[in-house]
Design a binder for this molecule. Structure first.
Ligand code: 13P
Ligand code: ZN
Length: 262
């Protein structure tokens, strides 16, 4: 099995353990193009073509492992190739075919995932993986107007523990509620991922990109941990003080943190 797909299986298990993956909740896609040999590339489709619903001008001929729609993360952890498939983007850049191993239809959030991959590759970034999941605390916060202000939410989360800023220096973007799987959700997500490490979908979940799927998981985990610390403090009956703006600034300077994607 491809190294990146082995890693998908272990991350899928972690998502289930964390309680972020009820039923078929969440999805994963990974660009596996560079890991495939000539023999695999010569394989014909086993299903398709199917429309993606979006134009992917930078993804022509590329291969992605995708969680299957309706499939459970906990099942994927045990058998990723029975609960997901490898697709290839067709030459028309708007459709895909399923290449291996079984004709498992990819996740319903494919428009969002592929739109992000298209943007990342088009801009020369090294990101290969995209993760959508349902982290409990961040989703809970997205039910309150106050926390749907991206700048406010980002500052609040950064101030909970220095590592949040160190590992998520671009913070969290917010997308107002949109229908799961829709192209409008994909377009709004793209606008937010350009400037943020993680995107919060109101009353639904998060999206993160990473150099691999573990990296995308870590981005989500770091921000959700800050949300957990905030909520634990509130549950103890007080509003957390948070690090001072000076302390936050010091972390940014000492660690030489970027303020945009690199
Ligand atoms: P899929 O089972 O189609 O991947 O959908 C899960 C999900 O979380 C939709 O937002
Ligand atoms: Zn979802």
């Amino acid at each position: 099995m491809l190294k990146s797909i082995e890693q998908v299986a272990s991350v899928a298990g972690m998502l289930w353990e964390k309680g972020w993956a009820e039923r078929n909740g969440g999805n994963i896609t990974v660009n596996v193009t560079d890991e495939l040999d000539e023999e695999f590339r010569s394989l014909g489709p086993i299903a398709g073509p199917f429309a993606t619903g979006v134009r992917l001008s930078h993804l022509k001929g590329m291969y992605f492992y995708c969680k299957g729609t309706g499939k459970r993360m906990r099942d994927l952890a045990a058998d990723p190739m029975a609960n997901g498939s490898i697709i290839r983007i067709c030459d028309d850049c708007t459709s895909y075919e399923i290449i291996a191993q079984q004709p498992v239809m990819p996740t319903s959030e494919l428009p969002s995932h592929l739109t992000l991959h298209n943007y990342l590759i088009g801009n020369g970034y090294a990101y290969k993986a995209s993760l959508h999941t349902h982290p409990i605390e961040l989703v809970a916060m997205s039910h309150c107007d106050k926390y749907l202000d991206s700048t406010y939410l980002t500052r609040l989360l950064w101030s909970m523990i220095p590592e949040t800023l160190a590992f998520a220096p671009l913070g969290i973007g917010v997308v107002p509620y949109a229908l799961p799987g829709s192209v409008s959700l994909a377009e709004a997500t793209l606008r937010q991922i350009e400037a943020h490490d993680v995107v919060l979908w109101e009353k639904h979940g998060t999206v993160a990109v990473g150099t691999d799927i573990m990296d995308a998981f870590d981005q989500t985990d770091v921000l959700n941990k800050a949300a957990m610390i905030y909520m634990t403090s509130r549950n103890m009956g007080f509003e957390p003080d948070g690090m001072t703006p000076e302390a936050v600034r010091e972390v940014r300077e000492v660690f030489n943190l970027p303020d945009r994607r690199r």
